[in-house]
Design a protein around this ligand. Structure first.
Ligand code: ADP
Length: 541
């Protein structure tokens, strides 16, 4: 017997259409230089329709890829809906990728039109000769500045000449809506293609109270870039529920963010740990009224417990830890405590909140050992995390590496985890970052987080260095806070770690560096450090 419910396609179009009707006066705010630009959903929706007409005029057809090279801003949000709702595929490009990788992904995705923020033109000009399929460039401003790109148009001029009525087509929910490439720690980036259906379901996943819990009364500031897994899906869910959006544009320094939260009364924000570490350091010296914030989502790499704890205790700011991946749209787990866990002693609660949390409904998990057996949920046994669900990729876009990652209906994340009896996932490390010392594995993440909890440390990364006897041993690369540059010692760091780690887990050496290199999305880039210290000779222990 079949259910007798409507076969109603899950596409972005109804989300686009309901926003101006239900939430016409809600705002999209963009920081541009020293001013704040404002656009209501009532103004935004007709501009999305104009943009769809423009795209059609530029020759964009169903299934064509349209690239963006832009900061987080209102025009980018117009593209987020115009492109997929007219049946094309939105492809936000990572602003910080090296030129050769950018050219690779633009060509691999076969982008046919490229939208670019005026300040970012030089990066695209440099590549233009390598771009095979791009037929039009559109500068996201009022006029076209002096440029070598051709043919090139100004966004606002195109919009002025277009009708604000557009007959959005009936789409299949499995049609492609967007694509993002992983930032690719080895080899070329891999493409992930999201469908309308996956984005709609993922948006509902984000709106659930036990997940991000985003609703109409929120003012959401996505600090995570719109090119990084579609700003973790936040733009879509905000339009869906009618939340205000605040975009920082290129202004992402801790002071810019604090000012914006204060001025716009932001209630929820999201970004990688380095951002919130930066904000925490700012708050040590400067005062802001951040009382409007009820949730700061952190993800993308492991958030240290001391960050969650200090922000809560000292500044009353609630950091919620979440884990996800480009292949997962990205929502995977969220660390909100269960009712019974709220009765635990405070230190245990913070330890749980520092885990990556429970899989949200829609995401199924299991952890597997090397032999392909599922490991027990005991909070101790390591295994590789595998996932499946309706917003998780089933393969990469035209990429033979798919076979390594997608097997038997599961996606292999490459993350080593423990899962406890309550279902809380803890990421121990990425497979390639674990330090394999003799028969034992040492979590570089645990060591880093413990080192960063030292009050005189700004950042720390732990990498594996080859060792004649043990195969690999940990080397700690530490950045002291500016005031302690000349005084912090190796002994201080090791003393700080001794209470929490067995002696065989301690780093064999501690070196002091100026900064931890970062990836294009702001995570610690340990492959740079690994290359730099490949031949490092560790001292005798
Ligand atoms: P990239 O591979 O381009 O860095 P992703 O954003 O897809 O892009 O990275 C996903 C990976 O980031 C995960 O596999 C995991 O290793 C790491 N990660 C994401 N969130 C967390 C988190 N909360 N804690 C620890 N690691 C995380």
């Amino acid at each position: 017997m079949q259910g007798l419910m409507m076969d109603y396609p899950l596409t972005l179009t109804p989300i686009l259409e309901r926003a101006p009707k239900l939430f016409g006066n809600k705002e999209i705010v963009t920081k541009a230089g020293t001013t704040l630009e404002r656009e209501t959903f009532a103004e935004w929706a007709p501009r999305v329709a104009r943009l769809a007409n423009v795209l059609e005029k530029l020759g964009v057809r169903r299934g064509d890829r349209v690239a963006t090279f832009a900061w987080n801003n209102a025009r980018h949000l117009e593209l987020y809906f115009a492109v997929p709702c007219m049946g094309a595929v939105l492809h936000p490009l990572n602003l910080r990728l090296p030129a050769d990788q950018l050219a690779y992904i633009i060509n691999h995705a076969q982008d046919s039109v490229l939208f670019v923020d005026p300040t970012l033109l030089p990066a695209i000009e440099k590549l233009a000769s390598q771009l095979k399929g791009v037929k039009h460039f559109v500068v996201m401003g009022d006029t076209v500045p002096e440029t070598t790109l051709a043919p090139v148009h100004a966004y606002e001029e195109l919009l002025r000449g277009a009708s604000d009525a557009y007959p959005f087509p009936q789409l299949d929910e499995n049609d492609a809506a967007g694509m993002c490439y992983t930032s690719g720690t080895t080899g070329n980036p891999k493409g992930v293609v999201y469908s309308h259906r996956s984005i709609v379901l993922h948006s509902m996943g984000l709106a659930m109270t036990s997940s991000f819990g985003i609703r109409e009364s929120d003012t959401v500031m996505p600090v995570v870039p719109m090119f990084h897994v579609m700003a973790w899906g936040l733009p879509f869910v905000c339009v869906m529920v009618g939340a205000n959006l605040v975009f920082p544009g290129p202004h992402m320094q801790p002071r810019d963010l604090a000012e914006l939260i204060q001025a716009e009364r932001v209630t929820l924000t999201a970004g990688v740990p380095t951002l919130w570490l930066g904000l925490m350091n700012l708050l040590e010296h400067e005062r802001y009224d951040l009382s409007s914030l009820h949730t700061m989502i952190v993800g993308g790499s492991a958030a240290p417990q001391f960050l969650i704890e200090k922000m809560q205790k000292q500044y009353g700011l609630q950091i919620i830890h979440a884990w996800g991946m480009t292949e997962m749209s990205p929502l995977g787990t969220v660390s909100r405590l269960k009712k019974a866990q709220l009765q635990l002693p405070e230190t245990e609660q913070f330890a749980l909140r520092a885990k990556q949390g429970l899989p949200v409904p829609g995401v199924e998990i299991r952890a597997m050992d090397d032999m392909g057996n599922e490991v027990p949920w005991d909070g101790k046994t390591f295994g590789e995390l595998q996932v499946r669900g309706p917003w998780i990729a089933r393969e990469y876009y035209r990429d033979e590496r798919s076979a390594d990652s997608f097997r038997d209906g599961w996606f292999r994340t490459g993350d080593v985890v423990t899962i406890d009896a309550e279902g809380f996932v803890q990421i121990v490390d990425r497979t390639k970052d674990l330090v394999k010392s003799g028969g034992e594995w040492i979590s570089s993440v645990d060591l880093e987080n413990a080192i960063m909890s030292h009050p005189q440390v700004l950042e720390a990364a732990v990498i594996a260095v080859a060792h004649p006897k043990w195969q690999e041993r940990p080397l700690a690369c530490v950045v002291p806070k500016p005031d302690f540059k000349d005084t912090l010692t190796k002994k201080d760091i090791l003393e700080h770690l001794r209470a929490r780690f067995a002696s065989w887990e301690l780093p064999d050496d501690v070196i002091f560096i100026d900064a931890v290199p970062k990836t294009s999305v702001g995570k610690f880039d340990k492959k740079v450090l690994r290359a730099q210290y490949r031949d490092y000779i560790l001292p005798e222990r």
